[in-house]
Design a binder for this molecule. Sequence first.
Ligand SMILES: Cc1cc2nc3c(=O)[nH]c(=O)nc-3n(C[C@H](O)[C@H](O)[C@H](O)COP(=O)(O)OP(=O)(O)OC[C@H]3O[C@@H](n4cnc5c(N)ncnc54)[C@H](O)[C@@H]3O)c2cc1C
Length: 355
Amino acid sequence: MARLSRPSLSPVRGARRIAVIGAGIAGLAAARTLAQAGWEVEVFEAQGKAGGRLAGEESRHGSFDTGAQYFTVRDARFQRALDATAAPCKRWSANAVRVLDAMGRVVEAALPTRESHWVAVPHMGALAAHWAAPLGDALHLCTQVVALEADTLEPTRWQLRTQGEADSSAVHAGFDAVLCAVPPGAARRLLEAPAPALHAALADVRIAPCWSLQMAFPQASQPGLPHLGPQWNCARSTHHRVAWVARESSKPGRGSIERWTVQASADWSREHLNDDAARVQAKLLRAFGEITGIRVEPAWAQARLWTEAKTETPLGRSHLWDANAGLGVAGDWCIGHRVEDAFVSGLELALAAAA
Ligand SMILES: Cc1cc2nc3c(=O)[nH]c(=O)nc-3n(C[C@H](O)[C@H](O)[C@H](O)COP(=O)(O)OP(=O)(O)OC[C@H]3O[C@@H](n4cnc5c(N)ncnc54)[C@H](O)[C@@H]3O)c2cc1C
């Protein structure tokens, strides 16, 4: 039977109790903004840590950015939030190549840019962890929201049905508003029954999958030995399998063991959605060798699939907010495909909800 969680004193009508579904950057930006404005906020996150696609992972050879590789800052509000965080973010002076062909030849050199590329240390997930920390117990990890519905006892409010660890189910009730800060596929599933108009508004949004491969080459990290392979540290690629290659060990604060990340192209990832990780790993490894000339076997490698990775067709508005229903939607895919887009979307949804 599902456990019921409801505030012991039911809030007075109009009291500000809000649920945020998803603790990626959009959800964190929304939750922090609302908490600072005096709302009682609870955040529900399916995974065991906050960050979503702003993700990092430790291996025995050092850290990797398994999702976003770096972020750029164009919005003053994002800059202010970064200035206010204790999260260590450093400039990545990437020795970049703009585009490589399938054989790894440079077809477009890097353009001079005044825009800085930032990374969190020791990996991108650290930024999300810092932003999530003040939420404390209000952040429910390993708690997937499986349904959003009218509150059984107070039908003008909302309740969430959740699935937790070891298949434990619960109902969290008594919310005046619910913000869905999840990728569009998950948002559609949650909104279809309770909010058909919001659901319909997401119909044209498209987001591509991405297979990503992380590799470590400790054998190349002997004192006195040069880097393996090319002299550049990251590049976009026109290889039909690969869209992006980066030397993780060139990022600041990451440790010196030679480590690389490869991201497959959207088309190739889509074609190989149902492949197993071992098969994908072998194919991406071969492509990596063709592009970089590095043909030694990595001592450690791991492939993972992001089923909803990069926006192809955005919503075209920073967020959706239905004030009558108390329901809203945010995510990078509302306006773009970058970390900053997620932040701006979450922030603007929270400002609309708090107005
Ligand atoms: C491989 C890859 C490379 C990228 N590279 C870059 C880059 O170099 N630079 C850049 O700026 N951006 C990059 N991005 C994009 C960037 O990561 C995203 O723009 C940003 O992190 C999206 O944040 P978000 O909060 O909108 O969504 P997400 O990060 O996807 O957060 C959504 C959260 O909701 C949770 N969730 C989903 N469904 C449920 C549910 N039912 N119940 C509870 N929780 C749920 C998820 O677990 C997740 O934590 C990259 C993304 C990927 C995948």
